[in-house]
Write a protein that binds this ligand. Structure first.
Ligand code: 5GP
Length: 116
């Protein structure tokens, strides 16, 4: 995977707008432009990592922070108990379309399993 910029770099630099719901030093979260559930937010690291395959061992804490931010967001929205789904797609078979890792946070409806 090459290191070209993605649309998420433009969201991070505020070049293009997004509905930001959470931000700290290392993580940004914003509403997905094409929501697949009543609540669909993307949690991204502020540094670009193209796919799960490129995550370095030293970045485990950063990746963990995506989950912690999602956990806190679920509590904030009062959906923690009813439940939600977090998903990270990888490459073609995973149907990844933006090559900057992101945790999809989906909530507000019953999810199905297995996914299509
Ligand atoms: P992937 O398919 O890579 O797992 O997920 C990429 C997600 O980014 C998709 O759900 C898509 O709707 C979302 N997305 C793509 N472009 C934009 C954009 O410009 N703004 C926002 N907010 N979401 C985007």
């Amino acid at each position: 995977m090459n290191n070209t910029t993605t649309i998420f770099d433009k969201i991070l630099s505020k070049e293009i707008p997004a509905e930001i719901v959470f931000e700290n030093d290392t993580v940004l979260a914003f509403k997905d432009i094409n929501p697949q559930a009543p609540i669909h937010v993307l949690f991204i690291p502020k540094i670009r990592i193209n796919t799960i395959n490129e995550i370095k061992d030293s970045q485990s804490e950063l990746v963990g922070q995506l989950f912690l931010a999602a956990r806190d967001y679920a509590k904030e929205l009062s959906v923690a108990e009813e439940g939600y789904r977090v998903v990270m797609n990888c490459n073609e078979h995973g149907q990844q379309t933006v090559f900057h890792i992101h945790l999809h946070f989906l909530a507000g409806r019953q999810m199905n399993w297995p996914p299509g």
